[in-house]
Design a binder for this molecule. Structure first.
Ligand SMILES: *Cc1c(COP(=O)(O)O)cnc(C)c1O
Length: 362
């Protein structure tokens, strides 16, 4: 049996997907070629791409007026690509609720005026700011949030409704670490982006879903290969796309469909998160500091109240085949990332170990 891997990303993949990729490594569907060796312009890859796109559109219920783009550079590159495409060099607003949205606000300042509409740093990024309290600028080019803060473990369980706040700007969401774990309310979104390596596939591939009316706002300095209009008009093949990564993500999409789709994944993810948070909350050894109403279902940071036990905790975890539980270096402690591909049994094994370790150190 493989160990349970709680890495925040690159992260655990479904076993079935890895087995299928291994079986098809040297010869995809009798083509005589592995997917890595195929031209992106050939009919074989064309079929792989078309199926991946259609499956993802169906899974996430992406409306017809959104383009799905398979780009490269990860979530961090989008922190520049979004303002290059959407800001018009004017003001964009950022709601800073953790490390990733903080980075987004900082990077955008190279291309536009970056206005921080709210910042929860003062409480250690353990809450979300109520949208009614956001200090939005008068006519921002867009409003950016990180809908799941991977490091701080804070998640929006409802996307903000900008129109209800009297703001016409498109909402941009960085959904890197919870894409495909729950449905997306597209009526509230103008653009969503995410790196693939948390919940979709290999690192490097970046998914962008962008409303069509936002395609033609790029600054003249925007590189052609990063211009959403250019990428959209060329079916993500203006330059050579990350072909193998798209193929693997496509296998993940088929796996998600076989699991019952996003609604089924959401139900499982809720059950997994409930089990883990209840165990942490019921313990006197561990603590999670995030407010109950915005705890992430995907990334669960926690601390040992006695931090001198950290190394012993991690060593014991490794012995029990529970891997990569060390927290991000910027916040310390522990973190369990429990993405779609982490089965309930994996969370159960972690919970058993949490209880065992606590009983030994009571
Ligand atoms: C991982 C992550 C990123 C960064 O992704 P890279 O692929 O390293 O650029 C950005 N935003 C969020 C929310 C993430 O979880």
């Amino acid at each position: 049996m493989r160990p349970y891997n709680f890495s925040a990303g690159p992260a655990v993949m479904p076993d079935d997907v890895l087995h299928q990729a291994a079986a098809e490594m040297l010869d995809w569907h009798g083509s005589g070629m592995g997917v890595m060796e195929m031209s992106h312009r050939g009919k074989e890859f064309g079929q792989i791409y078309a199926e991946a796109e259609a499956d993802l559109r169906e899974l996430l219920a992406v409306p017809a007026n959104f383009k799905l783009l398979f780009m490269q550079g990860g979530g961090l590159a989008e922190n520049a690509i979004v303002p290059l495409n959407l800001s018009r060099g004017q003001t964009a607003d950022f709601v800073v609720t953790g490390s990733w949205s903080q980075k987004s606000a900082q990077e955008a300042a190279k291309y536009c005026t970056s206005h921080v509409a709210a910042n929860t740093k003062a409480n250690g990024y353990t809450t979300l700011a109520n949208p009614a309290s956001w200090q939005l600028s008068t006519q921002p080019a867009y409003v950016h949030i990180c809908s799941n803060e991977t490091i701080n473990g804070v998640e929006y369980h409802e996307l903000p409704d900008l129109k209800a706040l009297g703001c016409d700007a498109p909402l941009v969401i960085d959904f890197s670490s919870h894409v495909a774990s729950r449905p997306v309310d597209w009526t509230r979104v103008g653009l969503a982006f995410g790196g693939a390596q948390k919940n979709l596939g290999p690192a490097g591939l970046t998914l962008v879903a962008v409303r069509e009316d936002l395609l033609d706002r790029a600054l003249p300095i925007c590189p052609s290969a990063l211009n959403y209009r250019t990428v959209a008009d060329n079916q993500s093949m203006y330059n050579t796309p990350a072909t193998y990564s798209i193929y693997i993500a496509g296998l993940v999409f088929k796996w998600l469909k076989a699991q019952g789709g996003i609604a089924a994944m959401e139900a499982r993810n809720m059950a997994k998160a409930k089990l883990l948070y209840e165990t942490l909350d019921g313990s006197s050894l561990y603590i999670n500091r995030v407010a109950q109403d915005c705890r992430s279902r995907m990334n669960v940071p926690f601390y040992l109240r006695d931090e001198s036990l950290n190394e012993a905790f991690l060593a014991g975890a490794r012995e029990r085949h529970l891997l990569q539980l060390k927290g991000h270096k910027s916040v310390g402690g522990m973190r369990a990332s429990i993405y779609n591909a982490m089965p309930l049994e994996g969370v159960q094994a972690l919970v058993n170990y949490l209880r065992e370790f606590e009983s030994q150190h009571a």
